[in-house]
Design a protein around this ligand. Structure first.
Ligand code: NAI
Length: 344
């Protein structure tokens, strides 16, 4: 099986080459992202392997089908960059639903601690032998209330970490998890109640039409003064202009962003020699109480290995059964060998 691998980074190759060689899958690695201009690179391939900022819109799907490409293998959990409605009935779409919820949840906590204990400031000071403490006063997490939007795999790991710090948890999920509430320190509440009572808000839900800009001017207005916003999920969950306004007005005390709505042309790339065109991002980064990492939360050795292994297994399962447990949309419903699982 030949797979055209888009948006390749050096850290992707070792694990994919290892698991691919074990299962007879050849990856052809391209640094470019998949989009209308690059889709023809998939010529001769059975499938494409893509990541969060590749474009799998209707035009790309149609061209992939014309080229005889049978499968889009996402090497990530989120699939908001795929036009699922258009893909249905035309091409298989596989994903890696979970690779390390710990990687993302631990990064969220790393960002939170860095921000509220001013570690990013202290690191730069002591590098310059500046041992003063002025302006580095933080606050205890113990006893604070964290609002967690999305209590799936990552959200629940994050809740456990927060409980370890002695925090109270207000949770919101469209589909609440059974058995999560403990009657005292973890409670499901309405979104408004979460906004009104949380000292920290962390986003762990997928990006869809219901969740787009769940953090906007009106939700920020409902929040406590000094609220800390954490987004390690998807950039589109936060209206960046509204967040910036909230920071300028001092309503938002701090923001930690691993994702950004307009990240696709920026994140994962070295833009240090360039003029940043995005004024909102530039202004956010310039703020002393904003920390931005470039979609790094997934980046642990464990997660990279799991991503490669699951992607290869997905492709092998599809090849053998014409169906795959981690398929999002397929054209073989009811066909022999199809186990009809988790299909859209
Ligand atoms: P999951 O599917 O286990 O959990 C998502 C939760 O969100 C579910 O409990 C679901 O019921 C809930 N949800 C769905 N619609 C909702 C709505 N309208 N309002 C509130 N909650 C809603 O997903 P998982 O593995 O926990 O991942 C969460 C998100 O994290 C992914 O969608 C992805 O966008 C992001 N992610 C970010 C990474 C990074 O490197 N920064 C890496 C991996 C995932």
């Amino acid at each position: 099986m030949k797979i055209a691998f888009f948006d390749t980074k050096p850290y992707d190759k070792p694990a994919f080459e290892k698991y691919g060689a074990e299962k007879g899958i050849t990856f052809k690695f391209y640094e470019t992202k998949l989009n209308e201009d690059t889709v023809d690179l998939a010529h001769g391939a059975d499938g494409v392997c893509v990541f969060v900022n590749d474009t799998v819109n209707a035009a790309v799907i149609d061209r992939l089908c014309e080229l005889g490409v049978k499968v889009v293998a996402l090497r990530c959990a989120g699939f908001n960059n795929v036009d699922m409605k258009h893909a249905y009935g035309k091409i298989h779409v596989l994903r890696v639903p979970a690779y390390s919820p710990y990687a993302v949840a631990e990064h969220a906590m790393a960002l939170l601690l860095t921000s509220i204990r001013r570690i990013h400031k202290a690191y730069i000071r002591t590098k310059d032998f500046n041992f003063s403490l002025g302006g580095l006063t933080g606050f205890d997490l113990h006893g604070k209330t964290v609002g967690v939007i999305g209590t799936g795999r990552i959200g629940r790991v994050f809740i456990n970490i927060c409980r370890g710090f002695g925090m109270k948890v207000l949770a919101y999920d469209k589909f609440p998890a059974e058995g999560l509430e403990d009657g005292e320190n973890i409670r499901y509440v309405s979104l408004d109640e979460l906004f009104e009572n949380s000292d920290i808000i962390s986003l762990h839900c997928p990006l869809n039409e219901e969740t787009r800009h769940v953090i906007d001017a009106s939700s920020i207005e409902k929040c406590k003064r000094g609220v800390v916003i954490l987004n390690t999920s998807r950039g589109g969950l936060v209206d960046a202009e509204a967040l910036l306004a909230g920071i300028k007005s001092r309503k938002v005390g701090a923001a930690c962003l691993d994702v950004y709505e307009e990240e696709s042309e920026l994140f994962f790339e070295d833009k240090s020699g360039h003029i940043l065109e995005d004024d909102t991002l530039a202004r956010l980064i310039s703020m002393p109480n904003v920390i931005v990492t470039s979609h790094q939360a997934f980046l642990t050795e464990e997660a990279l290995s799991n991503i490669a292994e699951t992607t290869v297994n997905n492709l092998v399962e599809l090849l053998n059964n014409n169906c795959c447990e981690n398929e999002l949309c397929h054209k073989c419903s009811g066909a022999e060998g199809c186990r009809g699982r988790k299909c859209f």
